[in-house]
Design a protein around this ligand. Structure first.
Ligand code: ATP
Ligand code: MG
Length: 369
């Protein structure tokens, strides 16, 4: 979203802001925010009210705009109005999970989001960052082979003389860690997706970043770098089919995170989400899709989850003119690929998960007929 124009802000206006401790320790204001209503503020936003809880959005009233004409100076002083519920745009978050996340974010603990495939771990992390005005860095741990991959990619090329030279390219994680040290006023959320998918040795190298040592080995400069207090780590793990107790993550590694369990959205919320994305479809068909998805997710004999991507994909088919004429009739065939196709085996082999899903879909169809 674009930055506020100073002329669009005025004294008395009510806006939403999320405050953090003011890094300028000599300031009269203990709290500082960078965004108003989710848009970057033209000046730093200051408040000194002790009712403010760092990391929790609150409603404030603009009290004064200092030095409005100067690009590089001035501030926006605000009065505390009230704390807001943690609310993420376009993302459904379970109220209890929301409270837990709020507490953890506030205390700066590393968070581990644990939930089935496609239940919204990534969108949640991304929208937390957006809501709180944090820089979001997405890092796919599934692609990590070696410990240094977290921070740099290495390329070997021929020099002019023909001898091999090694080039290091910083990853976005390293860039963020370096930026964070230079810009204490910004906050960074580093999202480590699929943390359970990278080799244990590589994960081990990450451990000092996640405990009180807060440092990491810089493979390009051959030294340790400090991790600023303005960096927060959120990792996600996906249990997929394997229901092992620790999803392959060593207990000592796991212990460095506060685990938070996530689950699929409740059926009525999933219907709402799909309706907002596919308004062309009737509520009746959306309910049918979601109720079948819920059955698949709950079935004890089927291992692994069924992503919200699957229900979304079904809607993409159904609203297309090729299928739009008789959506209820075509639904089973679409589910055959969008649901059954996400499981091991084949729809026509009842001994496989895909076959079990197909059996569920057919049972659902007969009941309705
Ligand atoms: N609670 C939710 N609120 C809004 N959208 C959701 C929610 N859960 C899932 N979705 C939608 O489902 C899709 C998958 O979500 P997302 O990628 O966040 O899941 P994930 O848990 O990270 O999946 P994976 O385990 O595969 O990494 C996205 O299109 C997302 O918008
Ligand atoms: Mg994800």
């Amino acid at each position: 979203m674009e930055k506020w124009n100073i002329d669009d802000l005025s004294v008395g206006m009510l806006v939403e802001a999320t405050f953090w401790a003011n890094p300028v320790q000599t300031s009269d204001f203990r709290f500082r925010a960078t965004h108003l209503d989710g848009r970057r503020a033209p000046k730093v936003v200051l408040c000194d009210d002790m009712r403010i809880v760092p990391g929790t959005p609150c409603r404030v009233r603009i009290k004064a705009i200092k030095k409005p004409a100067r690009e590089d100076r001035g501030s926006i002083e605000v009065e505390f109005d009230r704390l807001m519920e943690f609310r993420l745009d376009g993302v459904y978050l379970d109220p209890v999970v929301s409270k837990k996340l709020q507490v953890l974010l506030e205390s700066g603990l590393n968070i581990l989001l644990d939930g089935p495939q496609g239940c919204g771990k990534t969108v949640t992390a991304r929208s937390i960052a957006q809501t709180l005005g944090m820089e979001f860095v997405f890092f796919n741990c599934g692609a990590v082979i070696d410990a240094s991959d977290f921070l740099a990619t290495i390329q070997v090329r021929a020099s002019e003389s023909g001898s091999p030279v090694t080039d290091f390219t910083k990853t976005e994680v390293l860039e963020a860690l370096e930026d964070a040290l230079e810009s204490p006023e910004k906050r960074y959320l580093i999202f480590l997706d699929e943390l359970n998918r990278c080799p244990e040795s590589a994960r081990n190298a990450l451990m000092p970043a996640l405990d009180s040592s807060r440092r990491l080995f810089h493979p390009i400069e051959n030294r340790f770098i400090r991790i600023g207090d303005n960096v927060q780590f959120v990792a996600a793990v996906n249990r997929g089919g394997e229901f092992s107790a620790t999803f392959g993550i060593d207990a000592a590694q796991l212990d460095r995170f506060a685990p938070v369990q996530m689950d699929y959205l409740p059926a009525d919320e999933e219907v709402k989400l799909l309706k907002s994305r596919h308004p062309e479809l009737s509520e009746a068909i959306l309910k049918r899709i979601v109720s079948l998805a819920a059955k698949v997710r709950q079935a004890a004999e089927i291992s692994g989850g069924l992503s919200v991507r699957a229900t979304d994909e079904v809607c993409v088919y159904l609203k297309h003119p090729l299928f739009a004429e008789q959506p209820h009739k075509d639904l089973p065939e679409i589910l055959k690929s969008s649901f059954c196709g996400r499981f091991a085996g084949r729809w026509d082999d009842v001994t496989t998960d895909a076959g079990a899903v197909w059996a569920l879909i057919q049972r659902g169809a007969t009941k309705e007929a």
